[in-house]
Design a protein around this ligand. Structure first.
Ligand code: URA
Length: 489
C-alpha cells in the first residue's frame, strides 16, 4: 500500500508539517509515501486524516531546517525531509549532521534556499505603475531559482509597508494591497525586451495593477466559480472587465506623450496623485496621515516611509531624536533599533515605561548613503531639519508635553534653533522655539558609536542622569500645573 500526498504551491510548509505529523503518528515508513501523488492508482490511498497514537517530539533544529528546505525546487526535498524525521523519531544516527549524507544534502538545500531568498531581496526591481491612487503602486517580475516567493515576501511587506505592490514569478504571485499580503497563481514573463523603456513597463504594470484584475484573481483563487452567481460582488465583474480594458487602452494612447518615468523626482511626479492632507489637523492620527504624504524635501525619495512619533498622546515628557535609522525606516517605528534599545534600558533604570512618553524625531525620513548592501546614516542638514520642524511643532502642539528632551545636536537645533556645540549645553534646560522648556542631552547613538570605552562610560552616565532628571522635572512641572489649576479653579 502506498499513501499519497499532494501539497499546494502556497502554504506548503504548514501543509507538509501537517502531513508529516500524521504520517509519523501512524508510523508510516518513508518508502510507503508518494509525496507527489494524486491518487487514482491501484493500491494507493490518501494519508489518514486523523493523527495516529504514536507521539513524537522533534528538535527545533529540524523544524528550522524544514522551514527552509521546503521551498527548494527539487522534488526530492519532501521525501528527504520525511526520511530525516523518520530517523530522528527512531533515533537512527544523526540525520541533521553534516557528517551524515542525508544531513549534508539537507543542509546544502537549506543554504541554497537561504541564498535564493537573499538574492530576491537584493535583486527584485520594482517599477512604478503610473496610476492615480492613494497608495503608490509598484510591480516586479522575478524568477527565483527555488520556490522562495512566499518566504521572501514578508521582507517586502516591512520594507514597502506603505505602498501597494505585486511580485510576479512563474509559479506564484505575491500581492500586497492596502496592507494585506496574498498569493495567487504565477504569471508569464512580460514579453518586453530587457531594455524596454520605462513607459512600456509602466503600461504593462499598470495593467497588472488594475484593481478589477486583482479582485478577479483573488475571487478565482478564493472561491470556485460555481458559487459566483450567488455572490453580489460578482455581478460587478463584467463592468470591471470592461473598465479594465478601457483603462489599458487609454494608457496605450497616452503612452506617447507621457513623460518618461524617473525623469522627475518623486516629489514632483506624485504630488498631484497624492491625496491631500486633511484641511484641519486636530488629532495625532490626522497629523500622522498628513506627515505620511510629506514631500517637502528630497529625503522622502529614498526613504521607505515617514516614521511618525509614538507613545502616549497625553505624555508629560517628549523625547526627540535625530531621524529614523535603517531599522526604523523599514519597520516604520521610531527608536526600533539599537539606539532605541539603549534608550529604553535607561528609561527603565529610571523607573519609566517608554510607552508613557512621546518618542519622536526631529526629521521624519531616514537620510543615508548606500554602500554596497548597507545604508549608511547621514546627518540631516539644517534645511531638512527646518522643513521637518512643522511636524515637530504639530506634535508639540497636540501633545503639549511639560518638558521636551533633545537627544543630540540635530534635535537640539530643531527644538531651540541654536546650533552651539553639545559639550557646553548638555544637562541644561533651554527655552524651546515652540515654547516650553527643552533639556539638552546626548543621543544614545553617541554612546554606541564612541571610539573608546571611557567616552562611552561617561556619556552613558550623563545620559542616565539627564533621563532621571527629565523624569523628575516633568513630574514636578506636571504636579505644579495641576496644583495651580486646582487653586485657580
Ligand atoms: N536614532 C534616532 O534619532 N531616532 C530613531 O528613531 C532611531 C535612531
Amino acid at each position: 500500500m502506498t499513501y499519497w500526498v499532494s501539497l499546494a504551491a502556497q502554504g506548503t510548509f504548514d501543509a507538509w508539517r501537517d502531513a508529516a505529523r500524521r504520517a509519523i503518528s501512524h508510523r508510516i515508513a518513508p518508502e510507503e509515501i508518494d509525496w507527489h501523488g494524486c491518487g487514482g492508482l491501484f493500491d494507493t490511498t490518501p494519508l489518514p486524516e486523523r493523527p495516529g497514537v504514536h507521539a513524537t517530539r522533534v528538535p527545533q533544529a529540524f523544524m528550522n531546517l524544514a522551514k527552509s528546505v521546503i521551498w527548494h525546487s527539487a522534488s526530492e526535498r519532501l521525501p528527504l525531509l520525511y526520511r530525516a524525521l523518520w530517523r530522528l523519531d527512531r533515533g537512527e544516527g544523526e540525520p541533521l549532521s553534516p557528517a551524515d549524507p542525508l544531513g549534508r544534502k539537507l543542509l546544502l538545500m537549506q543554504k541554497s534556499v537561504d541564498r535564493d531568498i537573499h538574492k530576491m531581496h537584493a535583486f527584485v526591481r520594482f517599477r512604478e505603475a503610473p496610476v492615480q491612487a492613494s497608495r503608490r503602486r509598484f510591480a516586479a517580475w522575478f524568477e527565483p531559482t527555488h520556490n522562495t516567493l512566499e518566504p521572501g515576501s514578508f521582507f517586502f511587506t516591512r520594507r514597502f509597508g506603505d505602498m501597494d505592490w505585486v511580485i510576479a514569478t512563474p509559479r506564484l504571485t505575491a500581492r500586497f494591497v492596502g496592507g494585506a499580503l496574498s498569493f495567487g497563481p504565477g504569471g508569464t514573463k512580460p514579453d518586453l525586451p530587457e531594455d524596454a523603456a520605462e513607459s512600456l513597463w509602466a503600461t504593462y504594470f499598470s495593467n497588472i495593477f488594475n484593481p478589477a484584475r486583482i479582485k478577479l484573481n483573488a475571487m478565482r483563487s478564493e472561491m470556485p466559480k460555481k458559487y459566483w452567481h450567488n455572490l453580489p460582488e460578482t455581478r460587478l465583474i463584467p463592468q470591471m472587465l470592461a473598465d479594465a480594458e478601457a483603462r489599458v487602452q487609454k494608457m496605450h494612447e497616452a503612452g506617447v506623450s507621457t513623460p518618461r518615468l524617473g525623469a522627475a523626482p518623486v516629489s514632483q511626479r506624485y504630488r498631484s496623485a497624492m491625496p491631500q492632507p486633511p484641511k484641519r489637523i486636530d488629532t495625532l492620527e490626522d497629523a500622522a496621515k498628513a506627515a505620511a504624504q510629506c514631500r517637502e524635501c528630497r529625503l522622502c525619495e529614498k526613504a521607505t516611509q515617514t516614521v511618525w512619533g509614538e507613545g502616549a498622546a497625553d505624555a508629560a515628557l517628549m523625547m526627540v531624536g535625530e531621524q529614523p535609522g535603517d531599522r526604523e525606516d523599514i519597520e516604520g517605528r521610531t527608536f526600533a533599533g539599537p539606539a532605541g534599545l539603549l534608550l529604553r534600558e535607561l528609561l527603565a533604570d529610571a523607573g519609566m515605561d517608554a510607552r508613557k512618553l512621546w518618542l519622536t524625531n526631529a526629521v521624519k525620513h531616514f537620510k543615508f548613503s548606500p554602500r554596497g548592501k548597507r545604508r549608511l546614516h547621514r546627518n540631516p542638514d539644517r534645511g531638512e531639519i527646518a522643513h521637518c520642524r512643522f511636524w515637530l511643532g504639530l506634535e508639540l502642539a497636540l501633545i503639549k508635553p511639560k518638558l521636551t528632551v533633545a537627544l543630540g545636536a540635530s534635535a537640539a537645533f530643531a527644538l531651540t534653533g541654536d546650533d552651539r556645540s553639545m559639550a557646553e549645553r548638555r544637562g541644561k534646560v533651554e527655552p524651546g522655539i515652540h515654547g516650553g522648556p527643552v533639556l539638552i542631552t546626548w543621543h544614545p547613538s553617541y554612546i554606541l558609536r564612541a571610539r573608546d570605552p571611557a567616552t562611552a562610560t561617561i556619556a552613558r552616565r550623563d545620559l542616565a542622569r539627564d533621563v532621571a532628571n527629565a523624569l523628575a522635572l516633568s513630574r514636578n512641572v506636571h504636579e505644579e500645573c495641576a496644583k495651580s489649576s486646582k487653586e485657580q479653579g
